[in-house]
Design a protein around this ligand. Sequence first.
Ligand SMILES: Nc1ncnc2c1ncn2[C@@H]1O[C@H](COP(=O)(O)OP(=O)(O)OP(=O)(O)O)[C@@H](O)[C@H]1O
Ligand SMILES: [Mg+2]
Length: 455
Amino acid sequence: MGKNKVVYVCQNCGYTTGRWLGKCPECGGWNTFTEEVDIYTPTVKRKGALNFLTSSGKPIPISQAKEIEYIRFSSGIKVLDNALGGGLVKGQVALIAGQPGIGKSTLLLQLAYKLSHQGKKVLYVSGEESVDQIYLRAKRLGALNDNLLVYSETVLEKIEETVEDISPDVLILDSVQTVFSTELESSAGSVSQVREVSYRLTELSKRKEITTFIVGHVTKEGQIAGPKVLEHIVDTVLQFEGERGSFYRILKVLKNRFGPSGEMAVFKMTTFGLEEVPEPSAFFISERNADRAGTVIFPHTEGNKPVLLEVQALVLPSVYTNPQRRSEGFDPNRLAILLAILEKEAGIFLRDKDVFVNIVGGIEVDEPGIDAAVAVAIVSSFKDIPLPPNVAVFGEMGLTGEIRNVYFAEARIKEAKRFGFKRILAPKSVALELREPGVEGYRHITELLEALDLT
Ligand SMILES: Nc1ncnc2c1ncn2[C@@H]1O[C@H](COP(=O)(O)OP(=O)(O)OP(=O)(O)O)[C@@H](O)[C@H]1O
Ligand SMILES: [Mg+2]
């Protein structure tokens, strides 16, 4: 290595500077800078840049580029294949991120087993657990197969050597934060190590056409720990989430170079591992008390396959000077905005009330289509009036109380109808466009509340 020049790197976004800063100018994070050895300037040799991207190294006319055909194969887990747009791809590099204990290692070990069972050679590298610990889990999951090789190692160079040696079809690295290159002086998990490990393994996977899964831990705030570069470099980003204490786990496709993003797969955690949930709508709404106030069904989607979710609200007089506003699975800032709109536009005055909102099932919803459903649930709880049965609601709410159109309206309506919801309260423009029986259109929150006898 060259002379060790020191730089300061934001551990949140990877922004690099020559001197320490209290606040990152890029992402706004406080106290995020850590001293690291400079690997970014060209004086230091860095192996394994992304040299798989071009063969000639020269620009060519686009019409002369070759047509690549992706070689797809099944993961052995149907809901995962569907969410990924038809299975895994040879040479695909996927990041799977999630909170501690959510089930990342479980999912990948089960996946490793299914693939090895199909005759694929799978190398499962763990920097977190010993081979014996992995064996225990594999035994519990019934995931023992001789095509599944396990290897406990944290040094990147050794992992690379082993991969060169064994040439597996599938590589699993658990986790990127525990592996480090001896060529860098910073510790495992630092931005430069995470960047180096992911670059080098991506390069290796592309060159040897290995399908690779990299586990990434997330921070307390739910961000993928380490730099954004990790998300940019991989082909696919999967986020594994679920509520504490709930059996259900949701795998969301946040990014996919080989298929649509926004898809999701739902699993149930059991003693024997993760079970597929092929009909997520049925389970998300299964425990609903439809005759109580403060619950409404919302068809949610960010991709092609909507799921029905139960939105719950609880409104009650506050004993605090600052009333409580809490939400699970829904942005608390958005909640504050909806309460302000309800006050100004619909005369629903909740300043002295505690307001709690919950999306049942542990799913995080950050698409705007949920606004109208949250507003309706809040007013239903406030007035203590249950909604009529068989009602589903969706639509974005603007600052003047208008109900705005959202993506995938038709798919949402179809899913609600499939589960017997006869009245679907949607934005007016949707109803005008589709003219479908059962679909009612509303322009403003007050019209929506009137239609539900909530005024
Ligand atoms: N014997 C068991 N029976 C049922 N469920 C279990 C059992 N052991 C573990 N689990 C479930 O598996 C989860 C841990 O799974 P796993 O180790 O795959 O998570 P992880 O995301 O890899 O965690 P980490 O971040 O610690 O690596 C536990 O939270 C629990 O829900
Ligand atoms: Mg783990």
